[in-house]
Design a protein around this ligand. Structure first.
Ligand code: 2BA
Length: 111
């Protein structure tokens, strides 16, 4: 019976709800405070070590809670003359419900 590691990057707004829902169903989680490379704002990466046959159940819980949201980001673009000012302009991005990686676990040691 194989084990998987789910890495789920969720928005901070959803982290407590996801955590509670997973814990209620007996999943064990570790939450990491992370930042997206693009928006450079905080998000949360949840590490969930889970038996293979429960992966789908965990994914279902996450996807029922994590909804996409629109976020405005003020980017700065160098003007034609790089030595002068930069022009800030707002860009709207849709931040996903969640970004999820499921990875094979070679060894699981719990002491
Ligand atoms: P961020 O890197 O801060 O990205 C936030 C949102 O900005 C993304 O939402 C996407 O809508 C947009 N975005 C990101 N890079 C972009 C680009 N080069 N051009 C245009 N728009 C861009 P999501 O795709 O839902 O990603 C949410 C967060 O999940 C990301 O935050 C990042 O922390 C993580 N993530 C997404 N894809 C990843 C990957 N392939 N590897 C590692 N982390 C990833």
């Amino acid at each position: 019976m194989g084990m998987k590691m789910i890495f789920a990057i969720v928005q901070d707004e959803d982290k407590n709800k996801v955590n509670n829902a997973l814990m209620e169903k007996g999943f064990r989680t570790t939450r990491l405070s992370t930042s997206g490379g693009f928006l450079r704002v905080g998000n949360t990466t949840m590490m969930i070590g889970v038996e293979e046959e429960r992966v789908q159940e965990a994914l279902d819980i996450i996807s029922a809670i994590c909804k996409p949201r629109k976020q405005m980001v003020t980017a700065t673009s160098p003007s034609l003359d790089a030595a002068s000012f930069t022009i800030p302009y707002p860009v709207e991005v849709t931040v996903g419900g969640a970004t999820i990686f499921v990875i094979d676990v070679e060894q699981f040691i719990h002491l």
